[in-house]
Design a protein around this ligand. Sequence first.
Ligand code: B1M
Length: 210
Amino acid sequence: MDEKLEPIYQAVLDGDMPAAQESVQTAINSEFPAAEILNSALIPAMGEVGRLFEDGEYFVPEMLIAARAMKAGLEIIKPLLIDSGVEPIGTFAVGTVSGDLHDIGKNLVAMMMEGAGFEIVDLGTDVGSEDFVAAAQNGANVIGLSALLTTTMSNMGGVIDAIEKAGLRDQVKIIVGGAPITDGYAAQIGADGYAPDASQAVTLAKLLIE
Ligand code: B1M
């Protein structure tokens, strides 16, 4: 790993928020590309946190402070990932489904969508079907459902059913993503598509509203 990225990776692993902010800022000051900071340091660090959790070396508090450090780093690169002043190409409403509190991936998807010119309605985490239905009623063209837990991914199908029951299914495209989700699962629950990461979510959403 590049020596400018190593302290960022380490700061997230240590859950050291000030060090994460400082090391991200240092990398930006030396004109390191924001996308590389994200893809080569921040995301791999969270992957390693997950591995340490699985191995019983990290517990929930360590995951929590690592997530806080990552979010602080993301806040710094956010303006560089978002190209402001672009005419909205559609409205993207996004949320993490009911029972699920993971929001880093969802926030990244929202950031990239904003950068691609979508107007964003961020519904937050632990979002019930009724809020997704309301977003569709309020004119969202694309709805994004995120889930990180095998126990909450099943709530995605419920959201799609609720949108169908409200008579809104033809008006919106629904895309799904998150670590346990696959193409096959997306097809099974009747979503319009699945994206494995934030940048592919943008490509998919643009394709669907074309
Ligand atoms: Co949690 N957690 N967690 N956690 N956590 C995982 C998901 C886990 C895989 C860890 C592990 O065991 N290795 C495991 C799930 C196992 C399973 O379901 N089979 C797990 C567990 C078990 C839990 C708890 C149950 C732990 C407990 O309490 N015993 C608990 C559940 C709480 C709840 O939600 N009800 C819990 C809690 C937490 C924290 C609160 C401590 C914290 C979240 C903080 C926060 O988000 N604000 C946390 C964290 C940080 C993680 C890991 C370590 C990292 C997640 C992350 O932010 N990744 C995670 C392990 C892992 O993923 N390796 C883990 C970085 C992020 C950029 O990636 O979110 O995957 P990701 O998003 C990607 C793609 O998935 C995709 O694009 C993003 C980037 O390109 N994507 C989409 C995501 N959403 C998309 C939507 C789209 C398209 C693409 O379209 C709409």
